[in-house]
Design a protein around this ligand. Structure first.
Ligand SMILES: C[S@@+](CC[C@H](N)C(=O)[O-])C[C@H]1O[C@@H](n2cnc3c(N)ncnc32)[C@H](O)[C@@H]1O
Length: 203
């Protein structure tokens, strides 16, 4: 597994820059039920938005120790202390079908080997299980897509490995997920990328 360029300052900045996305989080994680895995928990900003009465068990993974150290107090506040593991999505340390539902928010953009990660997410999900997601994605407006590609070398360094020109929804579909719900949430104020939220089912 290749590790992201983790740094305490990037984790701190993430806490701040992700604030405008706060209103989307309950719409995604608030629907998760059963045995839930969250991939790329980051600083744990989703933890306050789960409906914990619907969650039978919860595990989060993130390879970046600087993210995890900020997430752990949030996990503790949510009653999930010690449930965040050091792991990358490309090699999930779980059995096939170990989870009823998966959650991923703004992490498909950052995972280095995203195809391997989607395959692993599919593997650990029960057949027919749901993936709840919100991601920024490649623009389908050609000049904007060109802009996203042009600023990639600088952006990816500043953001800890984020790719602006990945098509998150296509990656899920190509990896064996059927997108059942898809909502357009405009553009992120920070990098102007389109934001898509949805529910995908393991085909
Ligand atoms: C933009 S942050 C989003 C964090 C969080 N999901 C949120 O919504 O605030 C991207 C996250 O992906 C994580 N990440 C990077 N490489 C990863 C990998 N191989 N597997 C899982 N997560 C990874 C980063 O450490 C970071 O926490």
């Amino acid at each position: 597994m290749r590790r992201p360029n983790g740094h305490p300052i990037i984790a701190r900045i993430l806490d701040w820059t992700m604030r405008p996305m706060e209103k989307l989080r309950p719409k995604v994680v608030g629907r998760a039920t059963g045995r839930v895995l969250e991939v790329g928990v980051g600083t744990g900003l989703n933890l306050a938005h789960y409906d914990w009465d619907q969650v039978q068990s919860w595990v989060g993974i993130d390879p970046d120790p600087h993210m995890r150290v900020r997430a752990e107090p949030r996990a503790e506040a949510a009653g999930q202390s010690g449930q965040i593991l050091a792991a990358g999505a490309e090699a999930l340390p779980f059995d096939d079908g170990a989870f009823d539902e998966l959650v991923i928010t703004f992490a498909l953009c950052t995972i280095p080997d995203v195809d391997a990660a989607v395959a692993e997410m599919r593997r650990v999900l029960v057949p027919g299980g749901r993936l709840h997601f919100v991601e920024h994605t490649r623009s389908d407006h050609a000049p904007m897509a060109l802009f996203q590609r042009a600023i990639h070398p600088v952006w990816t360094r500043l953001s800890g490995g984020c790719h602006l020109h990945r098509d998150a929804v296509a990656l899920l579909q190509e990896g064996g997920f059927e997108v059942e719900e898809l909502y357009d949430h405009g553009r992120t104020p920070l990098n102007l990328s389109p934001v898509h939220r949805g529910v995908a089912r393991r085909a």
